[in-house]
Design a protein around this ligand. Structure first.
Ligand code: 6LW
Length: 522
């Protein structure tokens, strides 16, 4: 069969995978968003459905004050003796910790902290022992992949933290994972940084502590030498063995907005490549060491067809699964109904970097398509934001102002561009929209630009008003920095309000339709 990368499009970075009872499970990092650590399930490795999140309670996921590069970093998922473990770092508060569950569809435990520093923790189980590794300094101050033994019941360290590998010479050694395959220990990691120089490297050794010998062909996977190619930044991988005994790697990569334009807006996404072991015990990955957009493989049955979801509406998405919030959400400000989301404005705006404005968001997963949403506002401002972070967002909003004399106020549609924390607003020329008009906000998605408009309907008459276009690149990771991707957020705010607004804004008929899928521009 033939499948297309990414296998999970949109902001789902740092994938980690495990197999349990014939199914595959995957987790990704989630930074300042709540709930945390998206959890996916698959039967065939190419079609994944999100079954929930691992971190669903504030006690597991304290995010107060988490900036756009804070919160939850790279997780690892492992299955051992009937129990799932997910280990990660909350860089804003908890440090390194893990949670566990015996029911993948149920709740996970309270966090169990581990007193070893660094980020990107991973677990390896063998002979009743649990090894914990991360990238950071060991007890002697030596940096690299650092490992200790822990008590899996309590998280207590049972041995000193010792550096077991310093990588293959690239900068930013990250995401270590240890595997035992045919009596050999393989330690795999990323180097080069999570940008265009990203790569996967590994080493092999005779014991769990090494000594590790670098693979002579390192990096085993990278697209760093592929110019004019959409998929870039391949790194941060994890291995899994399938039912037939073949190995695969899931890893992150991103798609440039154009073959020749080095900006990406949909975040780091999940890609899949085959891994092939040679007689000498070394393995290669990808197709000639790269990750192509299309992979032809006889390791997956021809009967398996890759299905990409091309439409998101209120009816076929779920709050807390597809939709998420910023930091610690104030749930009293959300009234989620089957066909309408009602959001109460507060004085917290999209520029907020500590607290949680009224904001519910779903990922932009592809680069071509459109967004439509009916919005009705009684007070303040509400609309659709293309949100990269608090300093980089484009907001298409309906705004109600009150007249000073108590007479009925005005209603207008405006577009706000915030880049580098600097905001500029454009208002519809026809700024006096009848307050009882039905308003539909519209955004056309293209790889290089977003185009904004609104349709006003009253008494059977429709009028379309264009607010112009803005370039996507100013919301890209290259411009905005951080580790996330563009979110499509429904929000409500009213800078004059301190607490909860009296009247909610109502969002109806939401849809994102993607016109083309992964192979764009390639
Ligand atoms: C993550 C690190 C990385 O902790 O980016 O690409 C960091 N790799 O491994 C944030 O996702």
């Amino acid at each position: 069969m033939k499948y297309t990368n990414p296998i999970i499009p949109g902001f789902y970075p740092d994938p980690s995978i495990c197999k349990a009872e014939g199914k595959y499970y995957m987790v990704c990092s989630s930074f300042q968003y709540f709930p945390g650590v998206p959890l996916f399930e698959s039967e065939d490795l190419v079609n994944w459905s999100q079954i929930g999140h691992v971190l669903t309670r504030e006690s597991q996921l304290p995010l107060a004050g988490a900036g756009h590069d804070g919160g939850i970093y790279a997780p690892t998922i492992r299955y051992h003796e009937g129990r799932f473990y997910m280990v990660t770092t909350n860089v804003t508060s908890l440090g390194n910790f893990y949670v566990w569950t015996d029911d993948i569809y149920g709740e996970w435990s309270e966090p169990i902290r581990v007193q070893q520093g660094g980020i990107d923790p991973s677990l390896y189980f063998e002979d009743g022992k649990t090894y914990f590794m991360s990238n950071g300094d060991d007890d002697k101050g030596i940096s690299g992949v650092t490992q200790c033994e822990i008590d899996i019941e309590t998280g207590a360290k049972l041995s000193p933290s010792v550096c077991i590998w310093q990588g293959a010479g690239g900068r930013y050694l990250e995401s270590p994972h240890l595997y035992k395959i045919k009596e050999q220990y393989y330690l795999m990691a990323a180097e080069g940084g999570t940008e265009y120089g990203h790569m996967v490297v590994y080493a092999k050794g005779p014991t769990v502590n090494g000594p590790f010998t670098n693979y002579p062909g390192n990096p085993v996977l990278t697209n760093r030498n592929l110019g004019g190619y959409v998929i870039q930044g391949c790194g941060h991988g994890d291995l899994v063995e399938d039912e037939r005994g073949n190995y695969w790697m899931v890893h992150l990569a991103f798609r440039q907005i154009h073959r020749w334009m080095p900006f990406h807006i949909t975040g780091r996404e999940v890609n899949l490549v085959p891994v092939t072991f040679g007689e000498d015990g070394w393995f290669s990955a990808g197709v000639g060491g790269i990750t192509p957009t299309q992979v032809e493989t006889d390791r997956i049955d021809d009967s398996v067809e890759q299905r990409l979801k091309m439409r998101d509406t209120f009816a076929d998405t779920r709050v807390g699964v597809d939709w998420c919030f910023l930091r610690k959400p104030h749930m009293e400000n959300y009234l989620i109904q089957e066909n309408a989301y009602r959001l109460y404005p507060t004085g917290l705006t999209l520029g907020e970097k500590q607290d949680s404005p009224t904001f519910i968001a779903i990922r932009q997963r592809q680069m071509e398509g459109h967004i439509r949403c009916g919005v009705s506002v009684s007070e303040g401002e509400a609309g659709v934001s293309l949100y990269m972070n608090h300093e980089h967002h484009y907001d298409l909003a309906v705004e109600r102002t009150e007249a000073a004399d108590g007479a009925e106020g005005t209603c207008r549609v405006k577009l706000r561009s915030v880049v580098g924390g600097v905001g500029v607003s454009f208002v519809t020329q026809d700024s006096n929209v009848p307050t009882d008009a039905e308003i539909t906000l519209q955004i056309e998605l293209e790889p290089t630009q977003y185009s904004f408009s609104a349709v006003f309907a009253k008494d059977g008459q429709e009028k379309k008003c264009s607010l112009g276009s803005l370039q996507t690149r100013y919301l890209s990771s290259e411009v905005a920095c951080g580790f996330t991707g563009v979110m499509v957020a429904l929000y409500a705010q009213d800078e004059t309000l301190r607490g909860r607004g009296a009247q909610p804004a109502t969002f109806t008929n939401f849809e994102i339709v993607y016109h083309s899928g992964n192979a764009i521009n390639d």
